[in-house]
Write a protein that binds this ligand. Structure first.
Ligand SMILES: *[C@@H]1O[C@H](CO)[C@@H](O)[C@H](O)[C@H]1NC(C)=O
Ligand SMILES: *[C@@H]1O[C@H](CO)[C@@H](O)[C@H](O)[C@H]1NC(C)=O
Length: 184
């Protein structure tokens, strides 16, 4: 009897192993659909406010990079359509790489042309959702100077541009750090 249990157990184990191998085979044929939106941020906060507008005709790129070398291993270009929507099709399993969508060029380079630092990470490997659609964070461009209405809109959200504690609209990147006081 003990022998029979052992046999069943090892048979189950083999089945599980072959399942794993089979799963890996399948991953090579993975196809993913990445959906997201591109917007113009007139307040330089890098998130959607009621003053934001979706941008049609923005170029975006999906890039996957080797984690160690940082080399780009895979890329797909696309363009946003109506409502700022874009759809990218990716092939293959990229679970070992870091993949993200970024904006490339704005359809309004003069008025809303500064790319946000925000990128949209996407997971291009089979996850337990049965879905091959990946929804990316919204990304986009900022105006050089915030619209006048921004102050009020941000105040409604509880964000005060003059609050030094708020990490908001940091365009003062040139200021050197205070030198550390020598420790005695
Ligand atoms: C990719 O990484 C290797 C190091 O592993 C490096 O020698 C090579 O120059 C890189 N290629 C590119 C295009 O950056
Ligand atoms: C754009 O995407 C949103 C979902 O993110 C969808 O509700 C809307 O219908 C899409 N618009 C177009 C024109 O495809």
């Amino acid at each position: 009897m003990a022998k029979a249990v052992e046999l069943v157990a090892s048979a189950l184990c083999l089945l599980a192993l072959s399942g794993l191998v089979h799963g890996n085979d399948k991953n090579k044929d993975s196809r993913f659909t990445i959906e997201g939106k591109v917007f113009c941020d007139p307040c330089r906060v890098q998130f959607i406010t009621k003053l934001s507008q979706f941008l049609e005709g923005a170029e975006v790129v999906l890039e996957c990079r080797n984690v160690e070398t940082g080399n780009v291993t895979y890329s797909v270009n696309g363009k946003s359509g109506k409502d700022g929507n874009y759809t990218l099709k990716a092939e293959g399993d990229h679970g070992d790489e870091v993949c993200e969508v970024a904006v490339v060029s704005s359809p309004q380079p003069d008025t809303c042309g500064e790319a946000m630092d925000e990128i949209a990470p996407v997971t291009l490997t089979d996850i337990e959702s049965n879905s091959d659609i990946r929804y990316a964070n919204y990304i986009g461009f900022m105006k050089k100077d915030p619209d006048a209405e921004c102050t009020q809109v941000l105040e409604e959200l509880g964000i005060y541009p003059d609050d030094p504690d708020e990490d908001y609209a940091e365009d003062d990147v040139s200021a050197p750090e205070e030198p550390a006081a020598p420790a005695n």
